[in-house]
Ligand binder design. Structure first.
Ligand code: ADP
Ligand code: MG
Length: 275
């Protein structure tokens, strides 16, 4: 067997181009440090494809959000080693908007309010930015088409039409924020969505909204990486793969049954760092 073929079979051919059995999003030996040099993510390997739901589960402070921000290109998080490949292309040199144009979407744990900008105009700007990048010139979505798609998505995801004309996240309840986030995901049509739902604050209503959105949208065109501290959301959406994340590393992987084991036993079985 040639070296090239051996590398291809191992999924580690450098550079772009079709590769055997390569997932759309491939994270290889990823290390992420804070601006002061503290390493938080300590060598993560993860492959997420369209039509798959992956869950990353881990205790508070294990570095889950750091991983999500690094995937999206947040400038405060430095990738010190490893690679993030999207369709074979290295994402690491790309800015956040360029990653979004490629089809990566990050739903924030704490979405910001944008007073003065309605949900509708925000969504239209976001879509037009992506269209412009893809076309290489201004290519705004025609308003009638946009409105048709927006209302169809709102109806499908059971988002009240009244929200469309309100200012983005301004005075929104937790559930309304989640609804608009999922609406944004539906309208932007990402290939891989990363949802950082960790830690706190999501009531059952909001959990159901997120779970329903993930279930509706994941399919041949979209895969999802759901990041969570609690097992709860996984009662509403069944992941195909569960990755247990402790102290910057994936320490165990399995199917949906692993989420239930974690709910029953907690993270203590993984040692002190998980307590
Ligand atoms: P998780 O999402 O699993 O709770 P985080 O990625 O938010 O974990 O945090 C992991 C560690 O990195 C924590 O100790 C946290 O305080 C630290 N950390 C994350 N982001 C920053 C930041 N921007 N500045 C300083 N410390 C940070
Ligand atoms: Mg977090």
């Amino acid at each position: 067997m040639s070296l090239d073929l051996a590398q291809a079979l191992a999924g580690h051919v450098p550079g772009p181009g079709p590769v055997l059995t390569m997932a759309l999003l491939e994270i290889n030996n990823l290390h992420v440090a804070l601006e002061d040099g503290t390493e938080i993510v300590k060598g993560v390997d993860l492959a997420v494809d369209q039509n798959e739901i992956h869950a990353i589960m881990g205790p508070n402070g294990s570095g889950k959000s750091t991983l999500a921000y690094a995937l999206m290109g947040h400038p405060a998080y430095q990738i010190t080693e490893g690679e993030i490949l999207f369709g074979g292309e290295d994402l690491v040199p790309l800015a956040a908007d360029e990653r979004a144009q490629r089809g990566l979407f990050l739903a924030f744990q704490y979405p910001h309010a944008v007073p003065g900008v309605t949900v509708t105009s925000f969504l239209r700007s976001a879509i037009n930015a992506i269209r412009k990048a893809r076309a290489g010139e201004d290519d705004p979505v025609p308003i009638p088409q946009f409105r048709k798609e927006l209302f169809a998505a709102m109806d499908r995801l059971k988002v009240s039409r009244e929200l469309a004309s309100r200012y983005l996240n301004d005075g929104f309840s937790g559930g309304e924020k989640k609804r608009v986030e999922i609406l944004q995901m539906a309208m932007l049509n990402p290939k891989i969505a990363v949802l950082d739902e960790t830690d706190s604050g999501l009531d059952i209503d909001a959990l159901r909204i997120v779970a329903r959105g993930v279930k509706e949208l994941v399919g041949p065109e979209m895969g999802a990486l759901v990041i969570t501290h609690y097992q709860r959301i996984l009662n509403y959406v069944t992941p195909d793969y569960v990755h247990v994340f402790i102290d910057g590393r994936i320490v165990e992987e399995g199917g949906p049954e692993l989420a239930h084991t974690l709910e029953a036993e907690g993270y203590e079985r993984y040692g002190k760092a998980a307590a």
